[in-house]
Design a protein around this ligand. Structure first.
Ligand SMILES: Nc1ncnc2c1ncn2[C@@H]1O[C@H](COP(=O)(O)OP(=O)(O)O)[C@@H](O)[C@H]1O
Ligand SMILES: [Mg+2]
Length: 288
């Protein structure tokens, strides 16, 4: 039997905190595709008063801050809303140590890394990895607070300064520096399938587009597509950006972003990633 007209029509909720290029792309894609979206600026709202959501809705969580996005996704999930990404995937990808452990368990190649719980042990770890190394905050983005270190005095300086920066910096994540030929690769995956690839080229060792890296289009070979699918399977999730280094020994997965910015990928490839994301989210909404 056909169900009666629902009291409220299902829609794609888009919680956000700033209208970046991506959110503007989502708004125009929704209009073009005629999909019902509901943008909510979380900075002027509070739960539960301002979230009339229910099972059957889907949410594309687009808050800038990882902490905001995670809180919103967890609350929405408590009402049966399908969130993109699931909060568990946001939490995993938001933590570089958790991501490295998950990739390792799945046998995905990544830069050699060490984790230390004191500045003294961090210096020993850097010595053992061999210089140069990169110290990274376990939770961070846009290339912020990364430190490339070339010798023991540098490792000591960074490790002891970090130790004075409070609890968030008290666990040290250190990677071996990878010679990556002036660029890295960023793939976007939707539902576990790679949909776009770009190269980010920079004269700086940090190649994030947020730091001036220039996006170029790039073809996806079938071995790379296989590796990307394996990385997505290891992490889970719906909408991911997988960053890789191309080396003489093959690809290394540097990180998996669970709330990716994608304007650089659109610039490089011309693909309508916003439209693809919305159509993907719409498919989770039950219809007659
Ligand atoms: N181990 C490394 N070797 C070489 N370059 C690195 C390494 N780690 C990071 N980078 C450079 O720094 C950029 C940002 O690092 P990433 O780990 O992705 O941090 P964030 O989460 O801040 O983007 C990478 O895209 C890459 O260009
Ligand atoms: Mg990155």
């Amino acid at each position: 039997m056909k169900s009666a007209t629902p009291i409220r029509a299902p829609r794609i909720l888009i919680p956000y905190s700033r209208l970046r290029q991506e959110e503007k792309m989502l708004a125009s894609a929704a209009e073009r595709l005629g999909l019902p979206v509901d943008f909510r600026d979380v900075s002027s709202l509070f739960w539960p008063r301002d979230f009339d959501v229910a099972a059957g809705d889907a949410a594309v969580c687009r808050c800038v801050g990882q902490t905001h996005n995670l809180a919103v996704a967890r609350l929405l999930e408590s009402r049966g809303v399908k969130t993109i990404n699931p909060s568990s995937v946001m939490a995993l990808c938001g933590d570089k140590i958790a991501t490295a452990a998950r990739l390792e368990a799945a046998g995905i190649p990544q830069p050699e890394y060490a984790v230390a719980a004191s500045p003294e042990a961090a210096v020993e770890a850097a010595e053992t990895l061999g210089y140069p190394v990169v110290f990274k905050p376990a939770c961070g983005s846009w290339g912020r607070l990364l430190a490339k270190v070339s010798d023991r005095p540098g490792a000591e300086a960074v490790a002891f300064h970090k130790a004075a920066m409070g609890a968030a910096h008290s666990v040290f994540f250190i990677q071996k520096y990878v010679e990556k030929g002036g660029s890295d690769l960023r793939a976007i995956l939707l539902g576990g399938q790679p949909v776009s690839l770009m190269r980010r080229r920079s004269s700086h060792w940090i190649t994030n587009t947020a730091r001036g890296g220039l996006p170029e289009p790039c073809g996806i070979s079938s071995p790379l597509a296989d590796l990307l699918r394996r990385a997505a399977e290891a992490v889970g999730g719906d909408f991911l950006a997988v960053d890789l280094f191309e080396t003489s020994c093959g690809w290394l997965v540097n990180e998996v972003n669970g709330q990716p910015e994608f304007h650089g990928s659109v610039e490089a490839t011309g693909l309508d990633l916003a439209g693809m994301l919305l159509k993907y989210a719409w498919n989770f909404i039950p219809r007659d």
